[in-house]
Design a protein around this ligand. Structure first.
Ligand code: NDP
Ligand code: 2IT
Length: 453
């Protein structure tokens, strides 16, 4: 098998040669947990890598729905229930035309380690569809969500599998999905997280991923006696994670100079202030428009459309102190990574899942940037989902300050866990290895405790 340096990676490439993103996610984990396997030979005997890379269950289904013009459409639905060793499957749903089984498997695999790091009892899963909500009416989105739940409801439940949002799935979609689940099952339970506040949602859940990334970045900076104050930041994306990340950077005295979507990016040298951020939220969340509309209101900013002939993203070419990729996987390629390093960016903290290609990760580590992988840095979203589940079980809701305090505490603890695991295995300052090792050991030990199931 070409291009696989490890037996387990060869195995998964051989089984599913087209699942590139899944191979990439597995390869990184397998590389970094090698010292753990070397120290504990029983892990190999118990085939822990073979077991942890094979989903416990994969559900793939037809989603037929009707457009406003009475035309029938068919999409493909997925739920990958990856690992339930430490709790019910937990992870988001992504609606995006690029979705396929390999992408959902990579996301579910990452989720296992992320959820393990949160300190909460959650296994890992992920799901979604190749449905594209862009340009669809609310009624079409509702009919799609209902059709999706018409099958998914059989496989999920508050103690079994608890989906949430991801790209293309926000409060509107969670509402439609929850309504259909409730109708089909005749049960009002915490089966989904990211619900609206009036019907079981948690305060701070919408903000949690973005806030959590900034709390994690602050911890990394604090370890060097530094803070985000007056730091200039590059941010990609303009969805849920990017918006609340920008808000928290502003709270801590930093400046965000870029935002993007899949059509292009804006560069605002003066910084995106609170008023401008509110306008971005109006464009993206209410009008469901494009980030290019930003410059209509703020003509001093510059909009650059995506240029498919370029082999790099100019967003990452601006001078800055910090970079927060918050759009999608593999959005920072090796050239982008090189540009960030050359421009003196000292911190890269991932809001998105696996936004950096492996070669660029190597560059960040080689140049000793403060670099945090998504599975550690963006775990605040799922952590507050875990807190939403706890509040639902108790039929209580905690105040905003309490949830925010818990989120801060969890991000601090994830940071410390990564540092400690890196130190313990001879890779100090390597948050990639730290996150993978700590996440892995907890899940694998739970699997071994529970026998061969
Ligand atoms: P949203 O759907 O709210 O926003 C996604 C943003 O990323 C949009 O600006 C979108 O642009 C852009 N984007 C999506 N796909 C692409 C692409 N292929 N190329 C360029 N830009 C793209 O999603 P979220 O903010 O929730 O998610 C962003 C990232 O954060 C994802 O990687 C997700 O997995 C991760 N994440 C999300 C969590 C959450 O709680 N929501 C938790 C942890 C991680 P456009 O509008 O043009 O599509
Ligand atoms: O990638 C992620 O962690 C999410 N999309 C959030 C998952 C969740 O269950 O809140």
């Amino acid at each position: 098998m070409e291009n696989c340096k490890n037996e387990i990676v060869c195995l998964i490439k051989g089984k599913d040669p087209e699942q590139r993103e899944f191979h990439q996610a597995v390869e990184e984990v397998v590389d970094t947990v090698k010292p753990v396997l070397d120290r504990s030979p029983e892990y190999r005997k118990h085939a822990v890598l073979e077991r942890i890379t094979e989903p416990e269950r994969v559900i793939m289904f037809r989603v037929p729905w009707m457009g406003d013009d009475a035309q029938v459409h068919v999409n493909r639905g997925f739920r990958v229930e990856m690992n339930s060793a430490i709790g019910p499957y937990k992870g988001g749903l992504r609606f995006h035309p690029s979705v396929n089984l390999g992408i959902i498997k990579f996301l579910a695999f990452e989720q296992v380690f992320k959820n393990s790091l949160t300190t909460l009892a959650m296994g890992g899963g992920k799901g979604g569809s190749d449905f594209d909500p862009k340009g669809k009416s609310d009624a079409e989105v509702m009919r799609f969500c209902q059709a999706f739940m018409a099958e998914l409801h059989r496989h999920i439940g508050p103690n079994t599998d608890v989906p949430a949002g991801d790209i293309g799935v926000g409060a509107r979609e969670i509402g439609f999905l929850f309504g259909m689940y409730k109708k089909l099952r005749n049960e009002f339970t915490g089966v989904l997280t990211g619900k609206s506040l009036d019907w079981g949602g948690s305060l701070i859940r919408p903000e949690a991923t973005g806030y959590g990334v900034v709390y994690f970045a602050s911890e990394m900076l604090a370890s060097k006696g530094d803070t985000l104050k007056e730091k200039t930041c590059l941010v990609s994306g303009s969805g849920n994670v990017a918006q609340f990340l920008t808000e928290k950077v502003l709270d801590l005295g930093g400046k965000v100079i870029t935002l993007s979507d899949s059509s292009g990016y804006i560069y605002d040298e003066e910084g995106v202030d609170r008023g401008k951020l509110a306008h971005v939220q109006h464009i993206k969340n209410i009008r469901r428009g494009r980030i290019s509309e930003y410059v209509d209101e703020y003509p001093n900013a510059v909009y650059t459309p995506v240029d498919p002939t370029l082999d790099y993203n100019p967003l990452w070419g601006h001078n800055a102190d910090c970079a927060f990729p918050c759009a999608t996987q593999n959005e920072i390629n090796i050239q982008d990574g090189q540009n960030l390093v050359s421009n003196g960016v000292g911190l890269v903290c991932e809001g998105a899942n696996m936004p950096t290609v492996p070669g660029a990760v190597d560059l960040f580590i080689e140049h000793r940037l403060l670099y945090a992988p998504g599975k550690a840095a963006n775990a605040g979203g799922v952590a507050v989902s875990g807190l939403e589940m706890a509040q639902n079980s108790m039929r209580l809701s905690w105040p905003r300050e309490e949830v925010d305090e818990r989120l801060k505490h969890i991000m601090k603890s994830i940071h410390q866990t990564c540092v400690d695991a890196g130190d313990m295995y001879g890779v100090p300052g390597n948050y990639v290895a730290g996150a993978n090792i700590a996440g892995f050991v907890k899940v694998v030990n739970a699997m071994l405790d529970q026998g061969l199931v």
